[in-house]
Design a protein around this ligand. Structure first.
Ligand SMILES: [Zn+2]
Length: 144
């Protein structure tokens, strides 16, 4: 009796594990994580294979950040804050990378006094002296 209870609990745990993995993958790919939990729970390996093979629904969110950053660089180039060489370097970096690159990128709430005030600033976190026109520390990534 005790053995069959142990088996039962083990089987349930195993199903939960498949459910959790399917949920994670579904969330990452833009599908409904809560539905996929139950697909994983009931169909285990089969559901896992299906969600692995499914296409990603939405582009990775970091790509959006990179494009925003690129637009910001273009603005900085136009206003003369950065050189064309710096722009090209950053452009290549942003377009070839999935990692978010935030340097020089200024979200709207930082537009006043961030970019273009012409002053170097010292990072309160690591003490690095950053050039004007960026709002994230070049050394440690802390926001200005
Ligand atoms: Zn810093």
């Amino acid at each position: 009796m005790a053995e069959s209870i142990g088996e039962f609990v083990g089987a349930i745990l195993c199903r939960f594990m498949f459910g959790a993995i399917c949920k994670k993958l579904a969330d990452d790919k833009g599908y409904s994580g809560s539905s996929w939990f139950w697909w994983g729970f009931f169909f285990n390996v089969l559901a896992l294979l299906v969600i692995i093979l499914k296409k990603r629904l939405t582009p990775p969110p970091v790509r959006v950040n990179n494009i925003s950053a690129l637009e910001e660089y273009k603005r900085l180039l136009d206003s003369g804050v950065i050189t064309p060489e710096e722009f090209e370097r950053k452009k290549a970096e942003l377009l070839n990378s999935n990692a978010p690159v935030y340097t020089y990128y200024t979200p709207p709430q930082y537009n006043n006094g961030g970019v273009g005030n012409g002053k170097k600033w010292v990072c309160p976190e690591c003490g690095n002296v950053n050039p004007p026109g960026i709002w994230v520390c070049e050394s440690c990534g802390r926001e200005k």
